[in-house]
Design a protein around this ligand. Sequence first.
Ligand SMILES: NC(=O)c1ccc[n+]([C@@H]2O[C@H](COP(=O)([O-])OP(=O)(O)OC[C@H]3O[C@@H](n4cnc5c(N)ncnc54)[C@H](O)[C@@H]3O)[C@@H](O)[C@H]2O)c1
Ligand SMILES: O=c1ccn([C@@H]2O[C@H](COP(=O)(O)OP(=O)(O)O[C@H]3O[C@H](CO)[C@@H](O)[C@H](O)[C@H]3O)[C@@H](O)[C@H]2O)c(=O)[nH]1
Length: 434
Amino acid sequence: MRLTVIGTGYLGATHAACMAELGHEVLGVDVDPDKVAALGAGRVPFHEPGLGELVRKHLASGRLRFTTSYEEAAAFAQVHFVCVGTPQLKDSEGADLTYVDAAFAAIAGHASAGALLVGKSTVPVGTARRLADTHPVEIAWNPEFLREGFAVEDTLRPDRLVFGVESERAETILRAVYAPVLAAGTPLVTADFPTAELVKTAANAFLATKISFINAMAEVCEAAGGDVSVLAEAIGHDERIGRTFLRAGVGFGGGCLPKDIRAFAHRADELGVSLGFLREVDAINMRRRDKVVDLARELCGGGVLGARIAVLGAAFKPDSDDIRDSPALNVAARLGLDGADVTVYDPEAMDNARKAYPLLGYAVSPEEALRGADLVLHLTEWPRFRELDPGRLVSLVSRPRIVDGRGVLDADRWTAAGWHFRALGRPAPVGEGK
Ligand SMILES: NC(=O)c1ccc[n+]([C@@H]2O[C@H](COP(=O)([O-])OP(=O)(O)OC[C@H]3O[C@@H](n4cnc5c(N)ncnc54)[C@H](O)[C@@H]3O)[C@@H](O)[C@H]2O)c1
Ligand SMILES: O=c1ccn([C@@H]2O[C@H](COP(=O)(O)OP(=O)(O)O[C@H]3O[C@H](CO)[C@@H](O)[C@H](O)[C@H]3O)[C@@H](O)[C@H]2O)c(=O)[nH]1
């Protein structure tokens, strides 16, 4: 089939390349000419494992191209996936639908009769209905659940597909688009528009709630002298609870969970339903960042003015260079404003971090970041940070003190190498003060 993918950011570039991998002819459309030029030359302008290879494979196979022209897009295909951004509004918790509205208007304005416009962006419930009532073309909603860092795998082998459709024809077209995925046994849920939109926001709300639940338990553990990592393991053995998304630490960030739970609570208010608990989920999450800042102050003797602080991690999660609402950079920037001399190292997110936070210091390696440090903060759980040798690093720093903000470093190993080791939700080592 011939498809277009409108908006070629994290979601759209992945969707476009994966649709080509499924055998379709795909035209990616974006308003950003630099992004279109980069993708057209086989350069993915962000870090996503396996995506560069897939884009280059299908540029070469001739099944993937990129353009800025809506005229070309409308002439090329009858099925158009809309993957543009839905960030948080500047002055409210709600979602900014400017880009979605502009993309639907642009493609609907050029599309031929019989075209199907398929929304993939995460939107407040009611958006698909409003767009369907506005434009004289058929609309469907097909929310996306991919995780950054696993985007290609999640798109080619998703755990489910959701089609929000209002006609058999729309369902038939989407079944044809995803034929190889369905043939592999992937469960399909077909739904009306509001349910399809809500599935997405409900899924992210549940994931965020799970993380904030364990982080609230971390707060109780800190007050009561318990250990949240042991607690998470123990409750996770109950398969009704499960072990995943129970990693306590500095909390969730990124371009999805924070803004999606806010937009969901905001939209629910408009509908006269209170999702106040999501505001508490958000508040718990933000308090974890405060906790790391407080711990840094405490470990630096009451204030960080003039302290050399090394921050390991800038991306909001490992295997990504995405720094949108990154807890690591949020903490680093706050310590910088408090007068600390902060040096950040991240394996992939340095360029993005430098652009967004030009006043922080940046190092080319973990070792360089740690040299002369009074305190080390581990804030993004890149596997390579787990492999660092605490025995070798201890001689680099000025004071061997580390806060594990992700609860994954081996406390015994760091302590045995002479480090004062602290982790969120876990007791301070005996004899080393609070
Ligand atoms: N990033 C993810 O992991 C992920 C996963 C599932 C769902 N989502 C949802 O997908 C949507 C996109 O997220 P993203 O992370 O890819 O955002 P992004 O900012 O990386 O990409 C959005 C792209 O849309 C382009 N764009 C803006 N207006 C346009 C227009 N009128 N026409 C064509 N292109 C336009 C931008 O230039 C940009 O390249 C959001 O609703 C997000 O919540 C994202
Ligand atoms: O136990 C955990 C698990 C995750 N996180 C943090 O939570 C954030 C989000 O992680 P993750 O959900 O893996 O990343 P995203 O790529 O943002 O993916 C989420 O957001 C996407 C966009 O909506 C959805 O498609 C995905 O299904 C959903 O998992 C990151 O900062 C993680 O460090 C924790 O703190 N503890």
